[in-house]
Ligand binder design. Structure first.
Ligand SMILES: [Zn+2]
Length: 413
């Protein structure tokens, strides 16, 4: 088990993923293949080491477990343990049974064989949406590096942590955008891109790509985004960066900014201010309502976006393309055939999705019509009588989901 949580990065560097016991017991067993790295063998008994982080030394020990000296353990002092807990505030929420975590302690060899440089690392390859276990609203991070290590916001400089096929997980408000508004529970946030890196001035139009596209997806899928305020903004902390909780993206547009170029703007509303889905301006379909209050990525944005692209944002029922100001992007929705959530429990897969316009999506979810599983005929809508939908050859849709939705229709009509 242990060896999976240790990894060689290069000849002089290894990383250990910090499990719960590393924090609670201040020690960790060393797998055999890393004995040479720590210059230890069973013939060489306990010895003292120095672990250095940013020019501060912490004492550590390699101990061979008695009675047989068959297992080497590295342990470190209380000060280093406190530092680790400070750097990784979410440590207490690690599952005690997991040997792997996203938190890593990195050891680098030095000239001195009793001394190692250490650093900290976090695996942010997977974006985490919503609340991060163990980090409360109001937590202040001294700098961007600690913010990154916490998993709250990974990019070292960018304001948006987002991907154009998944959504955006977090944004940092650190000033600099002439058009931004911050009223605490309402934020008008300017997207990324088009700025001159040295002067910070807007020199090009912004596009709905990367993190901007990600924030657009947050609006479309009702996913919350974490907001962090930096010391630079009015409502920010005196120093460092503060995690200020979750916000909904309630709208967006691309308009000419104060500097004369098109900028992507996003309207954000603090989660707590929206009391119930009934309070929102735009009602959402029943299948989506179930996840509305949740704060995790429950729907696979990637699949839904792939479906919309596959059908060129055209409704499979009416074939209408509803254009937007962004060329090539239409208003379309990936509709689950067998609805997600209770009581239907349809899966979140492409085999269970079709591409519909918002009107036909709403009608489909309310069982105003169904698609005949064998013939794909549209049944229930007079204006489409006798017509059937077309399925892209790359789209492996499963007829059992159409059958399920049909049964719901028959119960309701
Ligand atoms: Zn339609």
């Amino acid at each position: 088990m242990q060896q999976y949580s240790w990894n060689q990065l290069d000849n002089d560097t290894i990383v250990k993923s910090l499990d719960y016991s590393a924090f609670s017991e201040r020690s960790s067993g060393i797998p055999k293949q890393f004995y040479p790295f720590f210059r230890t063998t069973h013939t060489r008994y306990d010895r003292d080491l120095t672990l250095r982080y940013k020019n501060i030394s912490y004492s550590a020990k390699i101990i061979w477990k008695k009675p047989n000296n068959t297992r080497a353990v590295i342990s470190w002092n209380q000060n280093l343990s406190s530092l680790m807990k400070f750097i990784f505030p979410s440590w207490a929420s690690i599952n005690p049974h997991d040997k792997d975590s996203k938190l890593g302690l990195v050891f680098h060899k030095t000239e001195n064989e009793d001394s190692y440089e250490i650093s900290f690392k976090r695996d942010n390859s997977e974006m985490t949406f919503g609340h991060i276990e163990g980090i409360n609203e109001g937590h202040i991070f001294a700098n961007r590096n600690l913010l990154r290590l916490s998993g709250i916001h990974a990019p070292p400089e960018a304001g948006i942590w987002g991907r154009q096929d998944e959504g955006s997980a977090s944004i940092v408000l650190s000033g600099g955008y002439a058009d931004d508004i911050d009223d605490w529970d309402y934020i008008l946030y300017t997207g990324q891109g088009g700025r001159d890196p040295s002067s910070g001035k807007q020199i090009k139009d912004q596009e709905f790509t990367l993190g901007n596209k990600g924030l657009q997806l947050n609006k479309e899928y009702n996913h919350l985004v974490r907001v962090i305020r930096g010391y630079q903004v009015e409502y920010g902390p005196d120093e460092g960066y503060r995690y200020d909780g979750l916000y909904y993206v309630t709208g967006y547009e691309r308009v000419k900014g104060k500097e004369g170029f098109l900028v992507c703007r996003f309207h954000l509303q603090k989660e707590k201010e929206i009391l119930s889905p009934e309070d929102t301006e735009h009602p959402i379909s029943p299948s989506e309502r179930i996840e509305y209050r949740g704060n995790r990525l429950k729907r696979n944005v990637k699949y839904a976006e792939q479906i919309k692209e596959m059908y060129n944002y055209m409704c499979q029922v009416c074939n209408v393309f509803l254009k937007t100001p962004t060329k090539g992007y239409g208003i379309a929705e990936a509709a689950h055939i067998q609805a997600m959530g209770k009581p239907h429990e349809g899966p979140d897969t492409k085999a269970n999705m079709i591409c519909l316009c918002p009107n036909h999506h709403a009608q489909f979810d309310r069982f105003s019509f169904y698609i005949e599983p064998e013939t794909l005929e549209i049944v229930g809508l007079d204006e489409f009588k006798g017509r059937s939908i077309k399925i892209n050859s790359k789209h492996k849709v499963k007829s059992k989901y159409f059958e399920y939705q049909k049964q719901q229709y028959l119960k309701s009509n």
